[in-house]
Design a protein around this ligand. Structure first.
Ligand code: FMN
Length: 328
């Protein structure tokens, strides 16, 4: 699929997740088969741009193309400024967040709260699209609440404004993350506009990805939580969509080496003090559901040096290896 001039290698997207989809994780997912990875959200509040956090979020050194940065806010002028700022800092695509239900975002009438005010939606989209000469994409939910699934209306406004692709999370804002994502509204959106549609929500396996693509007719699928601790999900889905066959889970040795490489990238990107702490949640995700995982997490979350963290990762996965050999 294509976004503006960018031909993507496939139709698989890593969903933007604040606190998760930093540059090391995006790069890892791209290496393992994500055709596109959207960055963490950058606020349109310029007072925050000087902060360490925002500078890190706008850091794309060495990142493979296309580099997409998500912005959030409710003021068309500020959003236009934020888009310009990020393009000046290397963004090749600007993604607008109207899909996030977070209190911090919604209380100031941004994120998915904006779906309530379609006039303002149109003004924001126009302002951002006119501010930059790169493709602008949009991420929404299916509506404000179950009685107001206005996704089709918003999609038409987006198409009219010149949005290059639209990602839709199959929940309303009121749903938060509860219940299961529904894909009928995404199918209706796909049928009503001619821009690329990316379906999102609860895609946790290759079979589910195919089901969602078939059901909605969407041009791509976006995966969020299921990629946490499992960046191979992109390899699995890509292979399944291409061949109809399922790949076996990676061997323990590959999980260990990937996690090791991942945490080392985090130390480098954040510095050792912060990197060690950011690594903890990823280590938890990689170890989830594995024998002895809970005790391992309890222990590894308490160590304070990168050497200790790395050696505990080695020990944990070495033990898994020898347990599996004994069981064989
Ligand atoms: C920890 C976390 C952070 C998120 N941050 C953002 C964000 O910054 N911007 C956004 O548009 N969506 C954000 N989302 C929503 C995801 O992009 C995605 O729409 C949602 O998780 C549903 O997809 P999934 O079922 O594949 O996880 C976040 C989700 C999670 C779990």
């Amino acid at each position: 699929m294509k976004i503006g001039p960018f031909q993507l290698v496939n139709k698989l997207f890593l969903a933007p997740m604040a606190g998760v989809t930093d540059r090391p994780f995006r790069q890892l997912c791209k290496r393992l088969g994500a055709g596109m990875a959207v960055s963490e959200m950058v606020s349109s509040n310029s007072l925050l741009w000087g902060s360490e956090k925002t500078r890190r979020r706008a850091n794309h050194d060495g990142e493979s193309e296309p580099r997409s940065v998500q912005i959030a806010g409710a003021d068309p002028v500020l959003m236009a400024n934020a888009a310009r700022y990020n393009v000046d800092n290397g963004a090749q695509i600007i993604d607008i967040n109207m899909g996030c239900p977070a209190k911090k975002v919604c209380n100031v009438m941004a994120g998915s709260a904006l779906l309530q005010d379609t006039v303002l939606v149109g003004r924001i989209l126009d302002a951002v699209i006119h501010a930059v000469d790169v493709p602008v994409t949009l991420k929404i939910r299916t509506g404000w609440d179950k009685e107001h699934r206005n996704g089709v209306q918003v999609a038409k406004i987006a198409e009219q404004a010149g949005i290059a692709a639209l990602a839709v999370h199959g929940r309303t804002r009121a749903c938060g993350y509860s219940g299961v994502a529904e894909f009928d509204t995404i199918a209706a959106i796909k049928a009503s506009v001619n821009i690329p549609i990316i379906a999102n929500g609860d895609i946790t396996s290759p079979e589910k990805a195919k089901l969602v693509l078939d059901h909605t007719g969407a041009d791509g699928v976006m995966i969020g939580r299921a990629a946490q601790g499992n960046p191979w999900i992109f390899t699995f889905i890509e292979h399944y969509l291409r061949t109809g066959e399922k790949l076996a889970a990676p061997p323990t040795s590959e999980i260990r080496s990937t996690l090791r490489e991942h945490v080392k990238q985090l130390y480098e990107f954040y510095g050792e003090h912060v990197g060690l702490r950011v690594a903890r949640k990823h280590i938890s995700w990689y170890s989830k559901g594995r024998p002895g995982g809970a005790a391992f997490r309890h222990a590894v979350n308490r160590v304070d040096t990168v050497q200790q963290q790395l050696s505990m990762i080695d020990d944990f996965f070495d033990n898994l290896d020898s347990d599996m050999e004994q069981a064989a």
